[in-house]
Write a protein that binds this ligand. Structure first.
Ligand code: NAP
Length: 267
């Protein structure tokens, strides 16, 4: 799908991967709608790259329910990038109820709900793309990240299901599965845990993975939207795990062929 001239809604745009994606889409000629809680950071970025800020807490049920209407009052959204996310490190048995709800609401529920809001308009207009930022944590089940990993498995699984539902429409879905990313909030948080830091260091020493940069994700994501690719996997050396996880998902498609009518415009 053509990025130039498209309107792109990016969540978690105030820093880290989301900020780099916002800059990348703006450079490619898109009009960006920026979402996160931090109004000041969003306004600063909007002033730098153009576009508009829509400060929102994505764990606030009512704010999320009205978000697309608020953004689309300024024009339809052609591309949705579900990037906002957070993690909580530690044993599940030591997690408190508020943190559990926060992580599930932000990583899983807000992603699905925004996608639910945006898809009918995209199908009606005959163009659109959804990008879901997931993680290899959704495949490999790292220790001390039980809930985070489960929400990312939700995002990956959900993306594949949507690809099936939308396969005969002009609307695409890209799932982005990534390892540890340099200069991001989640990397800083992960590195406060000696256990997780040790796990990553062992993976790097054995060349099972490597640290990636935001710019690599942005470049690969923009290409995926342009070429309507289903997946971005970075670093490539982790991708066999993703292919293995996809095999049974796609097997269900073979048996389910004909069960789902292609999504159609409402008029
Ligand atoms: N960094 C990594 O190593 C890594 C690896 C795999 C996957 N990922 C995924 O990549 C995505 C971005 O990660 P990152 O490391 O770039 O994160 P980050 O630097 O911590 O940035 C997180 C973004 O999400 C926003 N956000 C957090 N809570 C929010 C809320 N309640 N409502 C609205 N916005 C909220 C933050 O803005 P405010 O605080 O202003 O709200 C910020 O813009 C996440 O989905 C993460 O799971 C990251």
């Amino acid at each position: 799908m053509q990025i130039e001239g498209s309107r792109v809604l990016i969540t978690g745009a105030s820093r880290g991967i989301g900020r780099d994606l916002a800059r990348g889409f703006a450079r490619a000629g898109a009009d960006v709608a920026l979402v996160a809680r931090g109004a000041e950071a969003l306004e600063g970025l909007a002033a730098e790259i153009g576009g508009r800020a829509y400060p929102t807490d994505l764990t606030d049920r009512d704010a999320v329910r009205g978000l697309l209407a608020r953004v689309e009052a300024d024009g339809p959204v052609d591309i949705l990038v579900n990037n906002a996310g957070d993690e909580c490190i530690g044993r599940f048995t030591e997690m408190d109820a508020d943190t559990l709800e926060f992580i599930v609401r932000l990583n899983a529920l807000a992603t699905a709900e925004l996608t639910r809001q945006v898809l009918p308009g995209m199908i009606d207009r005959g163009r659109g793309h959804v990008v879901n930022i997931s993680s290899f944590a959704g495949i490999v089940v790292p220790p001390l990240l039980a809930t985070y990993a489960a929400t990312k498995a939700f995002v990956s699984h959900h993306s594949v299901n949507l690809q099936f539902e939308l396969k005969d429409t002009p609307v695409g879905v890209t799932r982005v599965e990534i390892g540890e990313v340099d200069e991001t909030g989640l990397m800083d948080k992960g590195r406060t845990s000696p256990e997780l830091a040790g796990m990553f260091d062992r993976m790097y020493r054995l060349r099972a993975s490597r640290l990636i940069r935001c710019e690599e994700i942005t470049a690969a994501t923009l290409d995926a939207v342009r070429d309507d690719k289903w997946s971005v996997r970075l670093p490539r050396r982790l991708s066999p795990a993703s292919y293995l996880a996809d095999a049974p998902r796609r097997l269900a498609w073979v048996f389910g062929r004909g069960l789902v009518e292609p999504a159609r415009p409402r008029r």
